[in-house]
Design a protein around this ligand. Structure first.
Ligand code: AMP
Length: 299
């Protein structure tokens, strides 16, 4: 396994692979890897075949964090990540630097740069304008602009035939699919299922923040999904407003939990529905203490 940090070296390698006719699979991550990430690696390997190459990018992208979010505190453990990637049969781990991704950022500070502090050397963003407005986009302004921009950059640098994203971030995966279609990126997007802990909590790098009694309270995300599923199984159709109220009530039973949003929507268009039925998608975000967690599922 090779670690590549330089953008020029990554592009050179990708071009070589392309010329040699090798299929390239990319798994973009922010590191602090867990079994969920590794399931995407496996999916990428399946899709590229034994002559293909699998690249995992590890980059905590400053432009997708808001000013009061956890960019500087986001868990980082590159040594462990490299070992996990090696054991998973990854060919290249790509770890670009802030200075190259966003020239001048990350030089003096590890705080994310703000809009007014953007250097003159970076002013081009990729913005998806419809699907990005609701849910995560409403709660985290500019988040998806950072995501689409960095993913577009990674596609240019790694030249993947296939890129794998997790259903854990359903809205993100849907926006990436739209970006790829709208901008004609020659890449196939695969969306792999969410891996969960035994008690249903979706695996996430941020679960590390859940100390003491907070970890147990976090199962309320999975409970909410289960309750919604059971309701639809029994009643077939149910008003979204009532279901939202029920989820809110469930979340409020946990002393340190606060609901940010819960939404019921069409899984492709992300448009909210007023009646929930089988096939409707549920997504929710909540704070457990200071940690913001998200989850989603098809009902
Ligand atoms: P992150 O490092 O959190 O940016 O995630 C990198 C990729 O892994 C994204 O496509 C996520 O959707 C995906 N991912 C994160 N958690 C899980 C999980 N529990 N199961 C499957 N995929 C996941």
């Amino acid at each position: 396994m090779q670690r590549v940090a330089s953008i020029a070296a990554m592009q050179r390698l990708a071009r070589q692979w392309q010329r040699a006719g090798r299929r390239i699979g990319l798994v973009p991550t922010m590191g602090c890897l867990h079994a969920g990430h590794l399931s995407l690696v496996k999916r990428a390997r399946q899709a590229t075949g034994k002559d293909g190459v699998v690249v995992v990018s590890i980059y905590v992208n400053p432009t997708q964090f808001g000013p009061n979010e956890d960019f500087s505190k986001y868990p980082r453990d590159l040594k462990r990540d490299l070992k996990l990637c090696r054991d998973a049969g990854v060919d290249v781990v790509f770890t670009p630097r802030d200075q190259e991704m966003y020239p001048r950022w990350g030089e003096a500070t590890d705080e994310p740069a703000r809009e007014d502090a953007h250097p003159a050397s970076f002013s081009t963003y990729v913005v998806e304008e419809k699907l990005s407005r609701t849910m995560e986009g409403a709660s985290r302004p500019d988040h998806f602009r950072g995501v689409t921009t960095v993913v577009a950059k990674l596609f240019h640098l790694v030249l993947p035939d296939v890129a794998v994203f997790g259903a854990k971030d359903w809205q993100q995966a849907t926006i990436i699919r739209r970006m790829v279609a709208d901008l004609n990126f020659p890449v196939r997007i695969l969306v792999a299922p969410t891996l969960r802990e035994r008690d249903g909590l979706a695996m996430s790098s941020r679960n590390k923040y859940l100390t003491g009694g907070l970890r147990a309270q976090a199962t309320v995300l999975w409970c909410s999904i289960q309750v919604a599923r059971a309701t639809i199984k029994k009643l077939k159709i149910f008003p979204a407003a009532k279901m939202k109220a029920a989820v809110k009530k469930l979340v409020e039973c946990e002393p340190d939990a606060r609901l940010d949003y819960v939404e019921f929507f069409d899984p492709d268009t992300l448009l909210p529905v007023s009646k929930v039925k089988r096939g409707t998608h549920l997504a929710l975000a909540l704070f457990i203490g200071k940690t913001r967690l998200i989850d989603n599922a098809r009902l």
